[in-house]
Design a protein around this ligand. Sequence first.
Ligand SMILES: [Mg+2]
Length: 381
Amino acid sequence: MKITRIETFLVPPRWLFCRVETDEGHVGWGEPVVEGRAHSVRAAVGEIAELLVGADPLRIEDHWQVMTKGGFYRGGPVLASAVAGLDQALWDIAGKARGVPVHELLGGPVRDHVRAYAWIGGDEPGEIEEEARRQVEAGFTAVKMNASGRMSPIAGPGEIDEVVDRVAAVREVLGPGRDVAVDFHGRVSYPNARRLLPLLEPLTPLFVEEPVVPESMPQVRSLVEASNIPIALGERLYSRWDFLPAFQAGVAVAQPDLSHAGGISEVRRIAAQAEVFGALLAPHCPLGPISLASSLQVAFATPNFLIQEQSIGIHYNDGNELLDYLVDPSVFAFSDGRLSRPTEPGLGIVVDEAAVREADKQGHTWRSPIWRYPDRSFAEW
Ligand SMILES: [Mg+2]
């Protein structure tokens, strides 16, 4: 079998898909994208694809090594995401060629279903309790919220209380039998994070995510030690080499993104690395259907998997939904906040190619918001 053609599709709301075609009729799909930098990743996929056309798609590990290291310069969001999407597509082909779902190739299932959480926002304080209630009614057993909107670099008591009150309100709705995860989104400064973590401790969050921006890795150990709340991070880390200092600092939950951190091949390895440090895997996935399908394949084959993010109804998906590009959306049907094991070959989904080709004509120009403080200086989003 040989790879004959690689195409990319820029589809709303903010995604990029790749399609890898072979001379034996098997087609693999991947989702190589960085939110807000889809065009850059598209260009990177085009360059890296030169290494694959004409090659045997089943030599996945060799391709991963060459795609990742063969350009001399390596790593970072754009290059690692380009590799990630192509890697997903190669695994999709490998599963389809052998007639099994990818998790069967990763050692077989280790669980019967995958727990997922629902996103409930948090930038707008008034709506958050209502949204939590809605997700409980939909059957979810865990939700994730932003801790705050824009926050002063050293917050006063009003801002600090607002964060704690908002999480407390959600905890009240959830009761003791469900979980709330709190995302600091790198927008909470180091001193604010130090102050907030002990105050949130009595509310028993599932974890606090990105307590600081990823480049502040030297501060992570002291944040791990600031409370007993498990610290999660990793959506802006791209390889096992990036993750090592996080695990050494005591991070409890690793959140690599299947579309950013080198794909199924590398996330699988990051999970194994996490296991050495007693950490758990909770893949980041505010993205599209191919990214979620890839996440699930890893989740079903990974013993130290904790919980899956997913973006159905997320605020970014303006106008288009996660299920729009699937022939049969029932593969992502939740029951009690859980997803069942995909049984179809490859990634377990059938991409609606006609819908994707049509959507690519429209494309998108989604960009991350730029936030500013009242004095107009830059604020982390
Ligand atoms: Mg996050």
